[in-house]
Design a protein around this ligand. Structure first.
Ligand code: PEP
Ligand code: MG
Length: 313
């Protein structure tokens, strides 16, 4: 059966009534990009770059990052590659990180602390080489850049200002880059999902990170086994956050993706299709089954089902 599903890898993820969505791959290591190809991903929807930084003393330099990103865009051969900027902190700690030993130990709630874009903006020496590497690799394929854990509009402004500065720097140095590279944000903080229309004005796309969004919305630590029985993607509050983000993105005319675990879980495929999600990004091996569900589903029915579910809350 698996083989039959993989054989469908060149078929579009199109519903019976003609709505096509993108099924993309989540990857953690540049090597995994071949899996994305194998399972028929139409691009990389989440490239988790922090794995380049883990289990080592010094962070990777610009050249090392450039090589890694270049390889991924080249293998994807024109398909979009969505690179997430560094998402360190909380559940993703680095051994021998540049932070002074013990600085985390007094932090009681690391998931609510200095992580992801917060850490990058605080430490430009860490962030700049990555932005330079991403922009330089963007000259060689179809690259999109995605910012994790945004909570304030000001963070978007600061990140965009830094990108602008680096573009000028690269131009002066004679480096090529894609001046149109889309820059999107992850929707992982409930307040951002609720105010998604305000954020949509400044970003080129959204990607909903349900792993964190659910953690924050339901106040359950994603790495605490004692409370994971409460982890419920179908919680009415969670569905409203997802629906509002998709609605806001569509109204602003920017694509809305999802790259948390929920996107690759076949139990939620029809619902997400019905909510109007345009891009699903998941572990490559989950793509064939999700594709089969979409190809057998009617968008009109899925939409009715989603609306019913939302209205009875
Ligand atoms: C998420 O939070 O849903 C996500 C995709 O990011 P990560 O799991 O890497 O935090
Ligand atoms: Mg996350």
């Amino acid at each position: 059966r698996e083989r039959r599903l993989i054989r469908q890898r060149h078929l579009p993820a199109c519903s019976t009534d003609g709505v096509t969505v993108e099924l993309k791959a989540n990857i953690e290591l540049p090597e995994e990009v071949t899996l994305a190809e194998e399972y028929g991903a139409s691009g990389v929807g989440l490239y988790r770059t922090e794995f380049l930084y883990m289990n080592r003393k010094e962070p990777p330099g610009e050249e090392e990052q450039f090589e890694a990103y270049l390889r991924v865009v080249q293998v994807m051969d024109g398909h979009p590659v969505t690179i997430r900027t560094l998402d360190l902190g909380a559940d993703k700690q680095v051994d021998g990180s540049r932070r002074e030993a013990g600085t985390h130990s007094h932090v009681l709630n690391p998931a609510l602390g200095l992580r992801a874009i917060r850490m990058c903006l605080r430490e430009p020496d860490l962030f700049r080489p990555q932005l330079r590497a991403i922009l330089r690799a963007s000259a060689f394929g179809h690259m999109r850049m995605m910012i994790p854990m945004i909570s304030a509009i000001e963070e978007v402004h600061q990140a965009l200002a830094l990108v602008k500065e680096i573009r000028e720097e690269l131009t002066a140095e004679g480096h090529a880059f894609d001046p149109q590279m889309p820059i999107g944000g992850m929707v992982e903080v409930p307040a951002v999902a609720m105010a998604a229309c305000a954020f949509a004005r400044h970003l080129d796309f959204f990607s909903i990170g349900t792993n964190d969004l659910i953690q924050y919305a339901l106040a359950i630590d994603r790495v605490d086994d004692d409370v994971n029985y409460l982890y419920d993607p179908l919680h009415p509050g969670v569905l409203h956050l997802i629906a509002n983000t998709i609605r806001a993105g569509r109204q602003a005319g920017i694509p809305v993706a999802m790259c948390g675990e929920m996107a690759g879980d076949p139990r939620y495929t029809r619902l997400l299709l019905g909510l109007g999600l345009q891009e699903f990004s998941m572990h490559p091996s989950a793509i064939p089954e999700v594709k089969e569900i979409i190809r057998g589903a009617s968008y009109a029915d899925a939409r009715q089902y989603a609306e019913q579910l939302l209205s009875c809350m």
